[in-house]
Design a protein around this ligand. Structure first.
Ligand code: SF4
Length: 228
């Protein structure tokens, strides 16, 4: 199966009733500042290189970000931080990400999420995470031959990456590596070692409070860029 085939199956997924209701309700109600826009309101597929060296695993689409634009991390504050940093370290051709036709290109990098539908309060349930893991599994299998580095944004991205690697038959250290900003773990994939890097998620909760700074994010993404 190809990534195109996977994407078309992902965007028509309706397996989580609560998230289907929420993503579609947000798309109908809209935020006043986007009242003229047509929201995507569906699961958001992966974005970027088809044979990535770097796989970035986020949490889930933002209600008025990717759930509006239809592209990962596009059109919200988290994406502003992520793509600006990716541009500074050489993983993206431009620092901004506002819509699917804004010309953004990622270099050897693909961005996916642990959960593909926007959840209320950015908090998917355990069942929703488990259901959506099948899409991460499928995507990891498709891109695995080229991947050298996985960057997990936040503890949910970290746990989802480790679980997907384990289910794919990769060797994962025991005890389970702990998430932290700058945490690293070596995973044994069939094609060779893959380095898992942890970064605090560039959510407003982290960036407004200074828990995550631009140099901190650049340090992790820069390391991924050098290891490509
Ligand atoms: Fe499907 Fe994942 Fe969305 Fe649930 S969160 S409906 S599994 S795409």
């Amino acid at each position: 199966r190809s990534l195109d085939d996977l994407d078309s199956r992902v965007v028509s997924c309706r397996r989580c009733p609560r998230l289907v209701r929420w993503r579609e309700q947000v798309a109908r109600d809209k935020r006043a500042s986007y009242a003229e826009e047509t929201y995507w309101g569906r699961p958001v597929p992966g974005f970027g290189a088809a044979e990535p060296r770097v796989l970035v695993v986020g949490l889930a689409p933002a209600a008025h970000g990717a759930n509006r634009t239809g592209r990962m991390f596009t059109g919200d504050r988290s994406g502003d931080w992520l793509f600006a940093s990716m541009h500074r370290v050489g993983l993206a051709n431009q620092p901004t990400s506002v819509s699917i036709d804004d010309g953004l290109e990622l270099f050897g990098t693909r961005v996916v999420a642990a959960v593909r539908c926007a959840p209320p309060d950015n908090k998917p349930t355990t069942d929703e995470k488990a259901r959506c893991a099948t899409w991460l599994d499928a995507e990891l299998t498709l891109v695995a031959p080229s991947v050298r580095v996985v960057v997990a944004l936040g503890s949910i991205g970290w746990d989802a990456s480790l679980a997907a690697a384990r289910r794919a038959g990769w060797t994962v250290p025991r005890p389970k590596p702990r998430f932290g900003h700058g945490a690293e773990a070596v995973l044994g994939a069939p094609h060779g070692e893959v380095l898992l890097l942890g970064s605090y998620h560039p959510s407003q909760q982290n960036t407004f409070t200074g828990r995550l700074t631009e140099p901190m994010l650049d340090a992790v993404l820069g390391r991924a860029a050098r290891l490509r």
